[in-house]
Ligand binder design. Structure first.
Ligand code: PEP
Ligand code: MG
Length: 932
């Protein structure tokens, strides 16, 4: 006998040890130990699974332990495993440390064979129930333990239903189910070449091995890869063996799933669905449409209070909204499973705030409970509130948000078309776990069957994708790849829109709008702001963006990219004149025209952000970016020249035509003469010549400005040093805008930021321009200006020389987009288009460093720069404005290295605010090991 123990009864297992027992096993132990009415059972540990996978056979002693525990179950239930007169039946299900929804079905009614079946029938006096239990067992065992395709059984079922004229499964009589069981047994014998095992222990052993093997099955491996579930998060699956209780023992029996609160709206109400006289499988698979729990009050009045009591106990114990499964067997309520409820972001936020108000959890717990990334769902597109289109059909609102896309009828096609960048709505009768890759690819899910707790609904909600389920008006013909709603025929590739918040399905594409803040979100984020030490700013380039960011709760602007202003159509020609200027005077003339425009831009942003800091970055990109490409100019020049030549040749056209075709000449001579005269003015036109000259000059400039590596070339502060008049104009515009605001009584906190700095000398030169402009503006406007001058930190040398830079800079802002490129020596576009996916797939780099901050490399440099900078200037303000600034993990790091703020795009501000609070609340769990 081996010394390792593999099997633990629910009442003795250590419910804290999810790695060993799996989430479900730990939960069954916890539920049993907290006194809920759980059917007795035991868990075979993940260690058993790993040992099995290593040796491809069950470890010594495991089945002995199982037998001993089965004997215990026999004692507890008074039934016998394989005993004819009073048979003990069990369910067998997988469960790993991480929840992997729908990864594997449960085998029900294990222990049935022709003998025990007769006992079950005799005991219940219900042959229909007995045969139904039997055929379910054979079907599930065939599919799960023996790996036979589901369709074989579905088809056999359809044949029997057709033969006897039954519409629903429940219409089948005992005799029909008996026939069906025989058909199933024949299918299995034929497909496996072996008779169905009748010995219950043999059944159990085969089932346990199948569950263990499923851990390495394709579906599970794909799932773990997709959700980045590593071995230290979940390693192997446990097996839970649990006494069967029956929800299909008549009208005093039922089965259902519940949420302690409404997972769609967050409302504090008993939510869920149940079916009388049915097994759990019927609810989950959506075979029969279940009833809302509220109806239980009328239908099973004595059971309803028991369910409410269960709900109360669950929340009081777990301090979390629970998603539970229950079965009522002959008037007795059993809780089979409970776990933290997966809810959409809105419900998460609402329940968090309400549970604090009810005293169930603390504010800190509420803040930690919501995954910041999930808030993105609240910013999911919705149909406009005043939208009044007529729906083609209405199903159940199973997961909120709206999406449009092309209809696709199977997951493989969805995956394929999704990879081509198409927007997809996956349309199926019902979904199964094997469709998971289709969910990843789709914008939304539509099913014709199943309730709000069906597979499609649960998975879509978890992913934050819109889902309409149970839309039974849709008839789907997968083979013909078309669907029908009433008279409307829909083919694969046709565009539809689904609204998962209402259940409506519309033909064609409907433009969606951004969601608005709601009260509870405001409350939660206000608590977050109180907890957090890192502030959240936004990257915004226009007054409109700034205003929107402020609504999202931005506490300042961390990056205003002035080049975006240069690109507006009214400015671009002036910017081009500035670039084409051959003398300082000409350049100054263009800059003089730009100055009032820029001043207006800045004033607009200052006003939108009144009272908050606004960080304006001086011009960054290489100036050739404001000119057309050489190819474009060459094309235009060739056209202009061709036109001149063509106009010249038109004079000869009438004579040539006369020679060739006198009749045609006669017919068109007037038109040709007219055209020749009109176009003649372009032959020697000064306008054309001037345009040509300008294009040629531009082309010349483009050639002059051409660089081998423009991103490492003449850009950023290098541009400001070599063309000081450009930076001088921008600085002047910022300070004048600030002065005008001050005069108008608008509180402003401008911050002037210099990009691409690598040495303190650069900063000194720009600072000299600032000092000069400040003096002039203050004198001219008669006001004192308060502003900050600082540097972006986005080249490696800047990190190394941060102590010196801080002599001049009053603040730093990490431009982690460029800093990542610089640290890796990767050009982002080349990396992402060429080798980075390969690097990620082959684990050379775990993540794309342009999306996930590379803490070990880039982060280390940042930490050093912060420390060096603050050695010189202890109150140095430091932030981040690269894309990483909106990502919760990066924010956690920024908190750790004591940044003052993060800056991200406006819509990510709420996510960043919550992440900043969580970083603070979890700071004790974060240390130097992140760099290892
Ligand atoms: C950065 O480099 O991170 C940055 C914010 O600047 P940009 O993306 O404009 O280069
Ligand atoms: Mg940059």
């Amino acid at each position: 006998m081996s010394s390792v123990r593999y099997v633990f009864a629910f009442e003795e297992a250590d419910s804290k040890n999810k790695m060993l027992l799996g989430g479900k096993g730990a939960n069954l132990a916890e539920m049993t130990q907290m006194g809920l009415n759980v059917p007795p059972g035991f868990t075979i540990t993940t260690e058993g699974c790993l040992a099995y996978l290593e040796h491809n056979s069950l470890p010594d002693g495991l089945m002995d332990e199982v037998r001993a525990h089965m004997r215990e179950l026999e004692k507890k239930t008074g039934k016998g495993f394989g005993e004819r007169s009073n048979p003990l039946l069990v369910s067998v299900r997988s469960g790993s440390a991480m929840s992997m929804p729908g990864m594997m079905d449960t085998i029900l009614n294990l222990g049935l064979n022709p003998e025990t079946l007769q006992g079950l029938i005799a005991k219940t006096g219900n042959p229909r129930f007995g045969y139904d239990a039997y055929r379910r067992f054979i079907q599930l065992f065939g599919k799960i333990a023996l790996g036979l395709p589901d369709e074989l059984f579905d088809q056999a079922m359809e044949r029997v239903k057709h033969r006897v004229g039954a519409v629903h499964d429940v219409d089948l009589k005992a005799e029909d189910l008996k026939d069906l069981a025989s058909d199933f047994l024949a299918i299995i014998a034929e497909r496996t070449g072996r008779a169905f095992p009748t010995n219950p222990y043999e059944q159990l052993e085969i089932a346990v091995q199948a569950v263990f093997r499923s851990w390495m099955g394709k579906r599970a491996v794909d799932y773990r890869r997709q959700f980045k579930i590593t071995k230290d998060m979940a390693n192997g699956t446990a097996v839970n063996v649990c006494t069967m209780v029956f929800g299909n023992m008549g009208n005093d029996s039922a089965t259902g799933v519940g949420f302690t609160r409404n997972p769609g709206t967050g409302t504090n109400e008993a939510y869920g669905e149940y079916l009388v006289n049915a097994q759990g499988e019927d609810v989950v698979a959506g075979i029969r449409t279940p009833k809302p729990i509220a109806e239980m009050k009328n239908e099973m009045p004595e059971l309803h209070p028991q369910l409410l009591e269960l709900r109360r106990k669950l929340e009081a114990h777990y301090k979390e909204v629970q998603d539970y499964e229950f079965t009522i067997e002959k008037g007795r309520l059993y809780c089979l499973q409970t776990r933290n409820g997966k809810m959409n972001a809105r419900a998460m936020v609402i329940t968090s705030v309400e549970m604090v108000e009810e005293g169930v959890i603390s504010k800190e717990q509420a803040l930690l409970r919501v995954n910041p990334g999930q808030l993105e769902q609240l910013l999911v597109p919705q149909l406009p509130a005043n939208f009044k289109g007529e729906a083609l059909a209405t199903g159940l609102p199973a997961s909120p948000g709206a999406a449009s896309g092309k209809i696709v009828f199977d997951a493989d096609t969805a995956e394929l078309r999704g990879k081509l960048g198409e927007r997809i709505i996956l349309v199926r009768e019902e979904t199964k776990p094997e469709d998971i890759h289709g969910f990843f690819a789709a914008q939304g899910i539509l099913t014709s069957r199943g309730g709000k707790t069906s597979h499609a609904a649960v998975v879509a909600r978890g992913m934050g994708k819109p889902c309409v389920s149970g839309c039974d008006a849709i008839q789907i013909d997968v083979r013909e790849r078309r669907a029908k709603i009433g008279d409307t025929l829909l083919a694969e590739g046709d565009v539809i829109t689904i609204n998962g918040s209402t259940g409506n399905v519309y033909a064609g594409e409907i433009p969606t709008v951004e969601a608005e803040f709601f009260e509870e979100l405001g409350t939660l984020l206000a608590w977050a702001d109180k907890s957090a030490t890192v502030k959240v700013f936004a990257n915004a380039d226009t007054p409109t963006d700034a205003g929107r960011a402020r609504k999202f709760g931005a506490m300042g602007i961390g990056l205003c990219r002035t080049e975006r202003m240069f690109n507006d159509t009214d400015r671009l020609p002036i910017v081009q004149d500035m670039i084409l200027a051959e003398s300082v005077e000409d350049r100054q003339k263009a800059l003089d025209r730009l100055l009032p425009i820029q001043r207006g831009d800045f004033k607009g942003i200052f006003k939108a952000m009144v009272g908050l800091p606004v960080t304006i970055r001086l011009l960054d990109p290489p100036i050739h970016e404001f000119l057309p490409t050489a190819a474009q100019l060459e094309f235009e020049i060739a056209h202009l020249r061709n036109m001149k030549r063509a106009v010249r040749s038109m004079g000869e056209l009438p004579e040539t035509l006369k020679l060739l075709d006198p009749e045609l000449h006669e017919r068109y001579i007037e038109t040709i003469d007219g055209l020749t005269t009109s176009l003649g003015k372009y032959q020697e036109s000064p306008r054309v010549d001037a345009l040509l000259a300008k294009k040629e000059a531009m082309l010349h400039k483009v050639h002059v400005l051409t660089e081998v590596n423009p991103m490492l070339g003449h850009r950023g502060v290098r541009l400001g040093i070599t063309y000081p008049e450009i930076y001088a104009m921008q600085i002047q515009a910022i300070l004048e805008a600030a002065a005008e605001c001050v005069k108008e009584g608008v509180e402003v906190y401008p911050e002037i930021m210099v990009p691409q700095v690598c040495t303190v000398e650069e900063l000194k030169r720009v600072k000299a321009l600032v000092d000069k402009a400040q003096l002039g503006v203050e004198t001219h406007y008669g006001v004192k200006l308060k502003f900050k001058f600082g540097s972006m930190i986005e080249v490696v040398r800047a990190c190394m020389r941060a102590a010196r830079l801080a002599e001049i800079a009053e603040f730093f802002s990490f431009g982690t987009n460029d800093l990542t490129q610089a640290t890796f020596s990767f050009s982002r576009e080349d990396a992402e288009n060429k080798f980075l996916p390969f690097y990620n797939e082959n684990n050379i780099l775990r993540d794309n460093p342009f999306e996930v901050l590379d803490v070990k490399g880039v982060g280390r440099l940042m930490q050093m720069a912060v420390q060096l900078g603050r050695q010189t200037r202890p109150d140095l303000k430091v932030g981040i404005c690269g894309e990483h600034g909106g990502h919760p993990e990066a924010i956690r790091f920024c908190h750790y290295v004591k940044l003052n703020y993060v800056s991200c795009s406006g819509p990510r501000v709420p996510i960043a605010r919550l992440a900043a609070a969580q970083a603070k609340l979890r700071e004790s769990q974060y240390d130097e090991r992140i760099f290892v």
